[in-house]
Design a protein around this ligand. Structure first.
Ligand code: TXA
Ligand code: MG
Length: 303
C-alpha cells in the first residue's frame, strides 16, 4: 500500500533510525512539491533523497573519493552526503531547492530499506514534522504534527538514534559539516581528514543551520542550574536540583546516546507539561552531545 501510494504521487511517513521521514517519489515534481506544502517548508530548504543502494545514489549524484570513502564507512546509516547532481539526474530540481547539489542518504532501518528496495527509486524525505517544529521519533508524533490531515503513516518502532543524520557537504574541494549528528566530526575526519565547520552566515547553503528550528512552543533555557516557577526541567545525570515539581530525565545514568534517543520525545512532553518554560541542564559536548547541544541551541533561539 505504501509503494502504491508513492507511485500515485502521494506522501508516506516512514520510520528511519534517525527520525521519521515524510517521503515522496523524488523523481515526481508534484509529489516533491506536496512535501513542501504539507510541511509548510520554505522552498529554499532542499530535501534529502533516500536511496536503497550505492548504484542508485551514483545515478543521482557524482561521488568523489571522499564521498566514496564515507559511504563505504557509514552507509547504510545516519549520514547524508551533499554532492553535485549527475548531468542526467532524474530527481526533481525542487529537492535541490533549485541548486546543483543533492543530499543523499542510505538509511539503515530495515523498514525504510525494504520500502526503498521495493519502490526501486529515490524517496525525498525531510523529517515528518511541520517546518520549524520538533522532529518526530515515533509514529504518534507524526500523527500529532498532521492531526488535521494525516499522511499515510507506517507504524514502526521508536527511532533508535533519535537525532537527524549528520550532513556533510562535499560538493567543493573541502568537506563541510553542515549539520552535526550521531556520527561525529572526529569519526568523519578519521576517514577523510579535516572537515570544516559551516558558519552561521552559510545558513543558505544548508538551511538546517537556521538559528531557530526544532522549536517547542514554550521558551527553552539552557545550561540551567536553578529552575524557575512553572518550568519543567529536562535533566541529565543524577545530580538533579532538588524540589523541582516536574522533572524529565534524559538519562539518569548520564548516557549521551540514551539522552539523544529521548530528546525530541521529552521536548514534546515538556512542552505540554510546562506552564512558563522548559529548563535544560548542561549536556556534555562529547560525542553525540555536540549534536544534542546543536538541536537545543536552535530550539532555544528566538523565532
Ligand atoms: O536523519 C535525517 O536526515 C532525516 C531522516 C528522515 O532521513 N531527514 C531530515 O531531513 O532530517 P530534513 O529535511 O529535516 O533535513 C535535511 C537537512 C536540512 O538541514 C537541509 O538544509 C540539508 O539537510 N540539506 C539537504 N539537501 C541539501 C543540499 N543540497 N545542500 C545543503 N544542505 C542540504
Ligand atoms: Mg527537519
Amino acid at each position: 500500500e505504501a509503494i502504491a501510494t508513492w507511485q500515485a504521487g502521494q506522501l508516506v511517513a516512514m520510520p528511519t533510525e534517525t527520525v521519521y521521514g515524510l517521503g515522496a517519489d523524488a523523481c515526481n515534481d508534484e509529489a516533491v512539491a506536496a512535501i513542501f506544502a504539507r510541511k509548510g517548508r520554505p522552498q529554499f530548504n532542499p530535501l534529502i533523497v533516500h536511496v536503497a543502494n550505492q548504484p542508485m545514489a551514483a545515478s543521482y549524484v557524482q561521488f568523489n573519493e571522499k564521498a566514496l570513502a564515507l559511504a563505504e564507512a557509514f552507509w547504510p546509516g545516519p549520514l547524508t552526503l551533499v554532492l553535485p547532481r549527475t548531468s542526467d539526474c532524474p530527481v526533481s530540481l525542487l529537492a535541490s531547492a533549485g541548486g546543483d547539489t543533492l543530499g543523499v542518504r542510505m538509511p539503515a532501518h530495515p523498514v525504510a530499506q525494504a520500502l526503498l528496495q521495493a519502490f526501486g527509486r529515490g524517496v525525498a524525505a525531510p523529517s515528518a514534522n511541520r517546518s520549524g517544529r520538533i522532529s518526530p521519533t515515533c509514529a504518534a508524533h507524526v500523527r500529532e504534527e498532521f492531526a488535521d490531515n494525516p499522511p499515510f503513516i507506517i507504524e514502526g518502532d521508536a527511532a533508535s538514534i533519535g537525532l537527524e543524520s549528520t550532513v556533510i557537504g562535499l560538493a567543493s574541494d573541502s568537506a563541510v559539516l553542515l549539520r552535526p549528528g550521531s556520527i561525529t566530526q572526529q569519526e568523519i575526519e578519521a576517514v577523510i581528514g579535516p572537515v570544516e565547520l559551516a558558519h552561521a552566515q552559510s545558513a543558505i547553503t544548508s538551511p538546517g543551520m537556521l538559528a531557530s528550528h526544532y522549536a517547542p512552543s514554550h521558551r527553552l533555557r539552557l545550561n540551567v542550574s536553578e529552575v524557575r516557577e512553572g518550568e519543567v526541567l529536562l535533566a541529565f545525570g543524577d545530580d538533579v536540583p532538588q524540589g523541582v515539581q516536574q522533572v524529565l530525565n534524559l538519562s539518569p545514568a548520564g548516557d549521551l546516546k540514551q539522552a539523544a534517543a529521548r530528546l525530541f520525545a521529552y521536548m514534546r512532553q515538556a512542552d505540554t507539561l510546562a506552564e512558563t518554560g522548559i529548563a535544560v541542564m548542561p549536556i556534555p559536548m562529547e560525542g553525540i552531545g555536540v549534536a544534542i547541544n546543536d538541536r537545543l541551541r536552535r530550539a532555544a533561539a528566538k523565532k
